[in-house]
Design a protein around this ligand. Sequence first.
Ligand SMILES: Nc1ncnc2c1ncn2[C@@H]1O[C@H](COP(=O)(O)OP(=O)(O)OP(=O)(O)O)[C@@H](O)[C@H]1O
Length: 229
Amino acid sequence: MIRFEKVTKTYPGTRAPALDAVSIDIEKGEFVFLVGQSGSGKSTALRLVLRETRSTGGRVHVAGKDLNRLAGWKVPRLRRQIGTVFQDFRLLPNKTVSENVAFALQVIGKSRTDIKQVVPQTLELVGLDGKGERMPDELSGGEQQRVAIARAFVNRPMILIADEPTGNLDPTTSAGIMKLLDRINRTGTTVLMATHDQHVVDQLRKRVIELDNGRVVRDDAQGGYGATA
Ligand SMILES: Nc1ncnc2c1ncn2[C@@H]1O[C@H](COP(=O)(O)OP(=O)(O)OP(=O)(O)O)[C@@H](O)[C@H]1O
């Protein structure tokens, strides 16, 4: 589903590559944590998957496509297959919870009938039943992240990318969010999550890929956050 073949990314005006000959193979339906210190290259790897940036060496394949060869006009179609969740939720503050989730479907041209049906189902799935008419600022951080996950998942993407999704949440709330991401993964969605959250990684025992200075230094099938964990 996601394959990096000796991927190198050097940003313009910098010497050291942000990613240095990184090879990773992630199958459909896997749940993978990407860990590593700040600056190790995690966000760069996620941005490459979304074709927000291009590699300067090697190949990035996502959903069967070679992203360096993908025509620009096909990028929106690629991104439609990838849901994204971030640390800072990124909700539209002037729209209700339901409208935030519906918006993701409106922009890809779904019918009003479909939207009316799918949005409440998705809100129920993420545990926000009955909160559709609230505004984002009337929700807790954990609830706001659930809205962001609903919005990322409402279109049933093949891949869900999460960049520090528990970064702003306390441990109990984080555990709830991880349960939800796990449930989404069980529907067959491939999940790739960059994180510094040691507790979360140690709890879930999923595959862990560790980056250090742009290189893969560890790839454990059921790892913990630290090499000795
Ligand atoms: N747009 C850019 N231009 C130049 N250098 C960049 C750019 N984005 C990232 N870098 C550099 O690439 C390296 C990897 O950064 P990246 O953001 O991928 O790390 P990260 O592991 O996601 O860090 P964090 O955990 O802090 O988000 C760093 O040295 C960073 O300074």
